[in-house]
Write a protein that binds this ligand. Structure first.
Ligand SMILES: Nc1ncnc2c1ncn2[C@@H]1O[C@H](COP(=O)(O)OP(=O)(O)OP(=O)(O)O)[C@@H](O)[C@H]1O
Length: 293
């Protein structure tokens, strides 16, 4: 049985259509990443899936049940969740969360230790008011991931995490996916591609693609061959260039063009590196604007 079945979801905020006839199915044990530019509808979709927001039309089923009747099966980390109770500690948060989910005192106490270990939290007894933003975010992640749910919705779980904690989280999620389904959003497109089985690409509230990250990237970048990163400001007529700080990305359309560009850079003494195309390049090159539906 699929974990999530979504049929024809639409959502308006006043005259703004945030979701437009969204349909997809997520299989059990998958990690699905919802990606898309700012304002694409990712948070709106997660809020509807987790029953925080009502759609104007459409239907969501979670493990065959109407989603609002399946709240015991899923756990949610909202994008804007805050630690409002500053005198409580990470241990208190996880403990009370688990008690609210119906665990006994002793079960909850035991699960707290497991959750702290999972996220490498060595500040379980410090008041939230004394913790940094990233430390609070990790504590809230530990709380949600302690739920032992069949399905997790994680809206921007990596916000505020440093690179080490972010990579650790991806590993934790891969392990979690052995016994549960995970739907998450993130703007770290290359990282999300390496952790997710499939990505759902949203733009203007519509599903533009749903599939394996490499496949989605290939479909959208079919006219391009590779990316040359020049470590300087470079001007070349007739090529697709994008500035990236001090670097310039040069997109090539063929092996011949790649060779030509590398020869030009070499002869002018500009240091460079050739890179394969990734899903991030779909966004950088404006590939989504061309409407490759
Ligand atoms: N409460 C609201 N009232 C009015 N419009 C809203 C509201 N929430 C979202 N929107 C609009 O709906 C659209 C989708 O917003 P949403 O937050 O779902 O996008 P997102 O993909 O999560 O964006 P981001 O990457 O910036 O978090 C946007 O145009 C946004 O302005």
């Amino acid at each position: 049985m699929p974990s999530i079945e979504v049929r024809g979801l639409s959502k308006w905020y006043g005259s703004k259509k945030a979701l437009n006839d969204v349909s997809f199915t997520v299989e059990e044990g998958e990690i699905v990443g919802i990606i898309g530019p700012n304002g694409a509808g990712k948070t709106t979709l997660i809020r509807i899936l987790s029953c925080l927001l009502k759609p104007d039309s459409g239907e969501v089923r979670i493990f065959g049940r109407k989603h609002c009747e399946a709240k015991d099966l899923f756990a949610l980390l909202p994008q804007d969740v805050k630690a409002h109770f500053y005198t409580l500690t990470p241990r208190d948060y996880v403990y009370h969360y688990l008690r609210m989910r119906g665990l006994s005192r002793s079960e909850a106490r035991q699960r707290v230790d497991e959750a702290m270990e999972l996220l490498g939290i060595d500040y379980a007894d410090e008041p939230m008011s004394t913790l940094s933003g990233g430390m609070v975010r990790r504590a809230l992640l530990a709380m949600v991931l302690s739920a032992d749910a069949r399905l997790y919705f994680l809206d921007e779980p990596t916000v505020g995490l440093d690179v080490e904690n972010r990579l650790n989280l991806w590993e934790v999620l891969r392990e979690k996916a052995e016994e549960s389904t995970i739907v998450l959003t993130s703007h770290y497109l290359n990282e999300i591609s390496s952790v997710c089985d499939r990505v759902l690409l949203l733009k203007d509230g519509q599903v533009k693609a749903f599939g394996r990250p490499e496949r989605v990237a290939r479909d959208y970048l079919s006219g391009l061959h590779s990316k040359i990163v020049a470590f300087e400001d470079v001007k070349l007529e007739g090529f697709l260039l994008k500035k990236a700080g001090r670097n310039t990305y040069i997109y090539t359309r063929s092996k011949r063009e790649e060779k030509e560009i590398m020869e030009v850079l070499e002869s002018s003494g500009v240091p460079f590196r050739r890179e394969s195309l990734t899903i991030e390049d779909v966004f950088i090159t404006g590939g989504l604007d061309d409407g490759a539906d």
